[in-house]
Design a protein around this ligand. Structure first.
Ligand code: ADP
Ligand code: MG
Length: 265
């Protein structure tokens, strides 16, 4: 698809085309201004593309409203405060169902179930303002999960968080992906995050798809990282310094070893 914010502006999304398979966990990476958030907004229907189609399960969803798309595709905004409008956690998570006039009993059942999955059930009657940043992120994810979407898009889900918190969020997303089969699209500029948690990556540069492929291959490909101004991972530098020829395989093994150790500890 192609898109520009107004007819006098240049296209900021230019013939972008990619495919994500059901059940995948994928990163969209690229520098500031590359067009990542715009692509997510187009997928969710906040803006309409000027050219092209968006297919979900082979069906063109371009004519569905934001509300209709929200039942299939959940979007977790970068700034979670923009997403939260209710003061009590339960009400916030229930909002999407309440506005769709779902019966009260069903709302209660679905919301409680999702609150448990997200680990925030004990706080259900607390004010949103009283919980931590990471817990708020869970609230925003819960309010999307309650709609039973098949796809969740997260814009910079770990921005501004320390290692412990971001690991917690990423593990939770991976659980949603693996246990519930939800397709997860993560927008990030954090190369380590992309490498560790997503097998596949789509690189956006200047409104175009520069590359798609295995995350380790992308990050160890000097041409791509240079062209997209991505920060090379230190694993790549280490492989170079040690004279290891296959940097991609090295990065792969390192990441798996590290994950294995973290699981044991
Ligand atoms: N609401 C908007 N109105 C006009 N231009 C915008 C708007 N939002 C983003 N842009 C422009 O579109 C381009 C892509 O931006 P964006 O999708 O936010 O990039 P990213 O998320 O990769 O940082 C940038 O040139 C940006 O300035
Ligand atoms: Mg953005």
């Amino acid at each position: 698809m192609s898109f520009r914010y107004d007819e006098n502006a240049p296209f900021c999304i230019k013939n972008v085309s990619f495919e994500i398979k059901k059940g995948e966990m994928v990163s969209i990476v690229g520098t500031n201004g590359a067009g990542k958030s715009t692509i997510a907004s187009l997928i969710c229907g906040f803006y309409a593309q000027n050219e092209g189609q968006i297919l979900l399960n082979g069906e063109d969803i371009s004519n569905l409203s934001i509300k209709e798309r929200g039942e299939k595709i959940g979007f977790v905004l970068q700034n979670q405060n923009q997403m939260i409008s209710k003061s009590i956690i339960f009400d916030e998570v229930a909002l999407g169902l309440t506005v769709r006039k779902i019966p009260k009993d069903e709302i209660k059942e679905r919301v409680n179930k999702v609150l448990k999955i997200c680990g925030i059930y004990p706080y259900r009657n607390w004010p949103v303002s009283s919980i931590s940043f990471g817990q708020k992120k869970r609230v925003t994810i819960a309010s999307i999960l309650v709609m039973n979407p098949s796809v969740i898009i997260l814009d910079e889900p770990t921005a501004g968080q320390d290692f412990a918190h971001y690991t917690e969020i990423m593990k939770f997303l991976r659980k949603l992906n693996r246990e519930f089969g939800i397709t997860i699209i993560m927008i990030t500029h954090d190369m380590h995050l992309m490498l560790e948690y997503t097998d596949k990556t789509i690189v956006i540069s200047d409104g175009q798809v520069l590359a798609t492929g295995k995350s380790t291959d992308i990050l160890t490909n000097e041409e791509i990282t240079r062209a997209a101004s991505l920060k090379k991972t230190s694993l790549y530098e280490l492989a170079k310094k040690c004279g290891i020829e296959n940097a991609s395989e090295f990065a792969d093994k390192f990441i798996h070893f590290e994950q294995e150790n973290r699981r044991k500890s």
